[in-house]
Design a protein around this ligand. Structure first.
Ligand SMILES: *Cc1c(COP(=O)(O)O)cnc(C)c1O
Length: 423
């Protein structure tokens, strides 16, 4: 695709964009003069869907007017509220309905998945993660390793990029799995690496891991609602993700997880249990004997936060209407346009560390700026003052994420022009 470096061209791309009406379904932050910010931070906190308030109000009204009866009565009884999310969530991640459930928060779900799927033995006790993994994931896997009586120093292994490179080559990763796989219990990889923006080949990683007898799980914090995922077809064992990033469900929103169908009837898998994972028909008879629900729902523990699920439902309705294939197609174009403009206008001042090919990245580009970090922080500050919202990651990376559901080509154009003038 040949792009052009002009505002007319960007406006024309927006005109042709079949998803452009979706931006009207979101609230954008504004400055003191009531001008809309250029919001390129949906990888960190997605914007609020305008129908969120309606859904949250419905819950508040139910609580106000029906109180405890709201569990069973009203337009959407709370007892089954999480089921309203299931099918839509499943279609976002390429899963069957019984394979997904909205619950808890990401790191909690990661622990719950590891209770079932990280069962180390003397011969096979390692967890493989990527270099510079997100802190919370490192803490979680390290504590699981210690919990089982092993040491992260020996049981946590890391896939590094080659010397002088930033991204991990798929061939190197597959070779590592091939050589170390016999001692690896769990491969835990991101769909999209939060720092570099690199997207991993989840199908290949899963296949390579399974060939060596490893469990393969993914942290999709930066991939859910971003990449076109096919968790079921890729045969992934489990996955977890939060929903406040690309899924726009608001700060601290309820997270979700995926457990492949082949485990749905494996009731003897070790797991931490609570009454919400118990058979629905006898749950309220409060039997002592636990009887696990089939599918991902069987990993639920507590009754879920309905107020926190309402915004997720509002957002998933938008995803449902737009469809992931169309969103991903626009996203590839939008990010490629950002990439093109940055290389045209700022090439001598910045390095894009995110891979240059669409297959190897999602919506986010991570930029490293030449020169002193202090100068760079000033650039980020000036961008912020000028009404751009994008994020700064220590020690030296600016992450910019045009989101196909609500960002426009002209915003990408205006951002790069502003960045260039600041530089
Ligand atoms: C955002 C993110 C988290 C956040 O974890 P919470 O449990 O939601 O606080 C964890 N891991 C990764 C890779 C993330 O990107």
């Amino acid at each position: 695709m040949n792009y052009e470096n002009s505002s007319d061209y960007a406006v024309e791309l927006d005109r042709q964009d079949s998803l452009k009406q979706f931006q009207d379904s979101f609230y954008f932050p504004h400055n003191a003069k009531n001008q809309k910010h250029i919001y390129l931070c949906g990888n960190s906190l997605g914007l609020q869907t305008k129908s969120t308030r309606k859904w949250v109000s419905e819950i508040l009204d139910g609580w106000e007017f029906r109180a405890v009866k709201g569990h069973f009565t009203g337009p959407h009884p709370w007892l089954a509220f999480h089921e309203l999310l299931t099918e839509k969530l499943a279609s976002v991640v390429g899963a069957h309905s019984m394979e997904v459930v909205a619950m808890n928060s990401l790191t909690v779900n990661l622990h719950l998945m590891m209770v079932s799927f990280y069962r180390p033995t003397v011969e096979r006790n390692k967890i493989l993660i990527e270099a510079k993994a997100f802190s919370s994931d490192v803490y979680a896997v390290s504590s699981q390793i210690r919990f089982h009586g092993f040491e992260p120093e020996t049981s946590l292994i890391v896939a590094y990029p080659r010397q002088g490179e930033i991204n991990i080559r798929t061939e190197d990763l597959l070779a590592l799995i091939e050589s170390e796989g016999d001692t690896i219990s769990l491969i835990l990889f991101p769909g999209v690496q939060y720092f570099t923006g690199q997207a991993f080949d989840m199908a290949k990683i899963t296949e390579a891991g399974h060939k060596k007898g490893c469990i393969v799980g993914f942290d999709l914090a930066h991939a859910a609602g971003n990449l076109l995922l096919k968790l079921h077809d890729w045969d992934v064992d489990f996955a977890v993700w939060c929903s406040y990033k690309y899924l726009n469900a608001g700060p601290g929103a309820v997270a979700a997880c995926f457990v492949h169908e082949r485990y749905s009837l494996q009731f003897d898998l070790p797991r931490f249990t609570g009454w919400w994972g118990h058979d629905k028909s006898s749950r309220f008879q409060m039997p002592d004997q636990f009887c696990v629900l089939p599918g991902a729902e069987g990993w639920q523990i507590s009754n879920p936060p309905i107020l926190s699920m309402a915004p997720l439902l509002a957002s998933l309705e938008q995803f449902d209407k737009a469809g992931m294939p169309a969103l991903r197609a626009k996203s590839e174009k939008l990010t490629a346009y950002l990439d093109f403009l940055l290389r045209q206008q700022c090439d001598d001042k910045i390095t894009i560390i995110t891979p240059a090919t669409s297959d190897d990245r999602g919506a986010q580009l991570s930029l490293i700026l030449a020169g002193e970090i202090q100068q760079w922080k000033k650039v980020h500050e000036k961008l912020t003052q000028a009404g751009v919202v994008c994020d700064w990651r220590e020690p030296n990376v600016m992450r910019v994420a045009p989101v196909p559901l609500y960002n426009r080509f002209i915003e990408v154009f205006d951002f790069v022009k502003l960045l260039q003038s600041i530089l």
